[in-house]
Design a protein around this ligand. Structure first.
Ligand SMILES: [Zn+2]
Length: 876
């Protein structure tokens, strides 16, 4: 499916349109009677739009990415599609004050997860449909004005098999058998509240459906009842723990009603877990969609359940932040995503058993933000989004995780009550309308009694990350002077940013039992490049001084020399899981910045990870160690360090408690590491064949595929063996696992075929493309070197010909990231960096979104090569 030249709507076009028109309603009919025919590529879509124009006589356009438009009727007059249709736009001239346009065309079933996705379940051949639109793919399904500030009421009509589940944002109003087509019915859904196009949705298929309901007496004494529903594919029904999903949902609804003091405005609350989903979830009001990887067919760790709980809460927060009150344009995407991301963790801590959810936030979400904020493409949280392609790239670590981190800092700065007071006012003032930064600052200044403009300028409207470094002078074993230095250059403007930080310094010392515990802390305001903390003079020097204790602010923190020694010797002795996670995060940032030898990081993981009680943190550590081994260690040291580390992982797998999450996490790590070393290939084969076992460890399908992929990548699995495994796991996940294993085989012909299927072909769905990339890249660079030049030769046409979702995955996934630095050479002179620079300078006019991905991948590579070249001496 190629992209049409005028698909990329600009901000100024959107602004012009919203100044000209107001949309009242849509009546959309989707005729899915072709859906059971595997050869059918499209379906008939009819959209009737009622809208006003405040400048009669003027013209505008409707968005529709279609496979042919059959008729356009404006105010009762048939227009000639050959004249008014231009690519993905339908031009309407000479508007009246009140208008009605009816557009009928063919829309395409999607295989990329954008628009109306159609999936055939390999387990039973059944067909499932769902929609995914953000930021602008509703126009792939029906003609509309695709921008977030043209809200309207939507009525959906769907013709689909009578025995299917069909759902949408609103409850079903009417269902009628189609006399003309036996076995099919038309379902008409009630009109929605006024919402933007990107959160409208339709779901259809033989889904497994479970119902429940939630009730609450509101402050005014009225009773609010919200019907709940949950969907997944029929073949996943057995694994679906709907009761657990409902329990979290109810806890969330209670929590957010208490917190926001604004009743849930969208009637029912359904949640659908759908196949081949491009993201974690989407907050469609009344019908939230989630990736079905959250339906755990194989054993999952508590960290995975927590991640699902977090996503459920995140999407629920959007019912207020985003759906009730919507950003005007994608510049202010943070107005919903940063808030929802913050609320996801807050709701887990306050309303569920995951009281340690801020640990995962500190360890995982913030790592994403820190990484993204150091790329050359970073941007302020309030972004400058000129068009839809830029909007698509902006669902990133800045908008989500940095924004949420800065809100956490805001809570420390103004207090929780002021923050929530502002949110409540914001909902009351702006319900069903659109906002920008100013609207939020107004309520925040009112609620806090302070002018928040300066804070906003420094935190929301600058880019980059502050680094906080403690400088200590001693007087014997006491502190003589403690200063905190802030280095905060905005990479976009190259100017120093004097961000104010509300933060805590933690003092940690060993207790009688040898545990490293907090013995004291000081909360302070830090501003400017240097802050003296005079009240610390004269105190005994602590074993560990932790800057940003409790993770109140967003900054990279460093250790003083003595504290670094303590951490490298005794990190596992720190009793508080959040403090441990913060120390791990600081070590990781030091590694990425070339300040700590990668071998030191790997060594710390080897020594301390076995004692890590937080399974989510353990997973992050093991992944980090693998990245350090694969990418940051100089090539000459890699093999030795890798063998040593994989030995320790194998040892811990044997020692972990039978059936524990830790045991499963060590097993997954063994599988991941074994893609790069055959050291345990025989052992893994024995596990798979059942001639070897680990007490309490079940080799369910997920783990089996991970092990097969490891064997395949090192040349220890045959085509026949992989096919045999697939025959016993003919599921969607099994098919993807098999494809990764097949494409991981270290054979030039296999790699060439995988490349051709993914880059030149058009058959792979989003999920199978990811599986292919995963397998293809499981190889040393020698095997992949032949694809470096074809990569740079083909990304232009990939971008032009494939949907943006698919093209983005190819351009990012096939970038030749795994490279070695020849000792004594300059990272910038590495052949792949040079080739990337050539491409960039020869493509200054390439689409900005394509350039952004290439620039980011180049930066990841350059950072790795730079760290490889540092020749750091192992400190410990
Ligand atoms: Zn979100």
């Amino acid at each position: 499916m190629g992209r049409v030249k005028n698909e990329n709507l600009s901000r100024s076009e959107a602004l012009g349109r919203s100044e000209l028109i107001d949309v009242e309603s849509y009546d959309v009919a989707l005729d899915l009677r072709s859906v059971l025919d595997p050869e059918a590529t499209g379906y008939i879509s009819r959209s009737v739009i009622t809208f006003t124009c405040n400048e009669p006589g003027a013209g505008t356009f409707v968005d529709f990415i279609h496979d042919g438009i059959h008729s356009v009727m404006l105010n009762g007059i048939q227009l000639d599609p050959d004249v008014v249709v231009d690519g993905s736009r339908v031009h309407l001239a000479d508007l009246a004050a009140e208008n009605q346009v009816t557009i009928v065309g063919t829309a395409l079933y999607s295989r990329s997860g954008e628009g109306l996705h159609r999936f055939v379940d390999p387990a039973d051949g059944r067909i499932y449909l769902y929609t995914q639109y953000e930021p602008a793919d509703a126009r792939r399904v029906f003609a509309n004005f695709e921008q977030p500030d043209l809200k309207a009421s939507f009525t959906f009509n769907v013709a689909a098999p009578s025995d299917w589940q069909v759902s949408s944002n609103s409850p079903l109003a009417v269902c009628e058998e189609m006399a003309s087509t036996p076995g099919f019915s038309i379902r008409r859904f009630a009109p929605t509240e006024r919402i933007p196009t990107y959160i409208t949705t339709v779901l259809a298929g033989p889904y497994h459906f479970v119902e429940d309901s939630w009730k609450r007496t509101l402050a005014d004494g009225t009773e609010l009842e919200v019907p709940l529903g949950a969907y997944c594919r029929a073949s996943l029904a057995e694994a679906f723990d709907a009761a657990e999903v409902f329990a979290i949902t109810k806890a969330g609804l209670d929590f957010f009603h208490e917190l926001f003091e604004y009743p849930y405005p969208f009637g029912k609350y359904e949640q659908a877990f759908v196949p081949e989903y491009n993201l974690g979830a989407m907050e469609n009001p009344g019908l939230v969609t989630f990736t079905e990887t959250y339906v755990f067919k194989s054993r999952a760790t508590d960290a995975q359940y927590q991640a699902r709980g977090n996503t459920i809460m995140h999407e629920m927060a959007h019912m207020w932040f985003g759906n009730l009150v919507t950003m005007q344009w994608w510049d202010d995407l943070w107005l919903k995503e940063s808030f929802a991301d913050y609320m996801g963790s807050l709701a887990l801590v306050e309303a569920t058993a995951w009281k340690d959810a801020w640990v995962a936030f500190a360890n995982r979400r913030k790592a994403w933000a820190y990484m993204q904020d150091q790329l050359p493409t970073t941007h302020p949280i309030v972004a400058d989004i000129r068009d839809l392609e830029a909007a698509k790239q902006n669902f990133d670590g800045i908008t989500y995780a940095k924004g949420a981190s800065v809100l956490k800092q805001l809570v420390a700065y103004v207090g929780f009550d002021a923050f929530i007071g502002a949110a409540r006012q914001y909902f009351r003032d702006n319900a069903y309308s659109n906002t920008s930064l100013d609207d939020f600052l107004t309520v925040l200044s009112d609620a806090s009694g302070r002018d928040m403009r300066r804070w906003s300028t420094l935190w929301l409207q600058t880019a980059g990350i502050s680094t906080l470094v403690p400088e200590i002078e001693y007087d014997g074993d006491r502190l003589a002077r403690v200063r905190l230095l802030q280095d905060a250059i905005d990479p976009v403007t190259a100017r120093m940013v004097d961000r104010p930080h509300r933060l805590r310094l933690g003092f940690y010392n060993f207790d009688a039992a040898g545990a490293l515990v907090r013995t004291d802390s000081v909360e302070l305001d830090l501003a400017g490049s240097e802050t003296d903390v005079p009240e610390l003079a004269g105190r005994p020097a602590p074993a560990l001084l932790l800057v940003n204790d409790d993770d109140l602010t967003y900054a990279k923190v460093r250790f003083d020399a003595a504290s670094l020694q303590t951490v490298l010797a005794s990190l596992n002795k720190i009793t508080d899981p959040l403090s441990r996670a913060l120390c791990w995060s600081a070590l990781w940032n030091m590694t990425r910045d070339g300040l700590l030898a990668p071998a030191d990081y790997v060594g710390a993981v080897e020594r301390f990870a076995p004692a890590e009680s937080d399974n989510g943190v353990l997973q992050v550590l093991l992944d980090g160690a693998r990245t350090a081994l694969d990418r940051y260690l100089p090539a000459a040291e890699r093999a030795v360090q890798r063998e040593r580390f994989v030995d320790s992982v194998r040892l811990q797998l044997g020692k972990a408690a039978g059936g524990s999450d830790q045991q499963l996490t060590w097993a997954r790590s063994l599988a991941a590491l074994s893609r790069s070393t055959p050291r345990y290939a025989g052992y893994i084969a024995d596990l798979l064949h059942g001639t070897e076992s680990v007490g309490g460890l079940t080799l369910d399908s997920d783990l089996r595929w991970r092990f097969w992929q490891a064997l395949a990548a090192t040349g220890h699995a045959t085509h026949e063996q992989l096919d045999t495994e697939l025959a016993s796991d003919l599921t969607a996940a099994g098919r993807a696992g098999h494809l990764t294993a097949m494409t991981a085989r270290p054979d030039p012909a296999v790699k060439a075929q995988a490349w051709a299927d993914a880059v030149a072909g058009s058959e792979l769905s989003n999920q199978l493309l990811d599986a292919t990339i995963d397998g293809f890249t499981a190889a040393d660079h020698e095997l992949l070197d032949p694809f470096v030049e074809p990569y740079f030769q083909s990304i232009d046409s990939v971008w032009a010909q494939k949907s943006i979702e698919i093209a983005s995955r190819i351009v990012r996934g096939f970038y030749p990231l795994a490279q070695d630095l020849e000792p004594g050479t300059e990272p910038r002179q590495h052949a792949v960096v040079v080739r990337t620079d050539e491409w960039l300078s020869g493509h200054s006019d390439a689409p900005a979104a394509l350039r952004r991905i290439v620039i980011e991948q180049r930066d990841h590579l350059l950072r790795a090569l730079t760290v490889q070249g540092r020749q750091l001496v192992q400190a410990f």
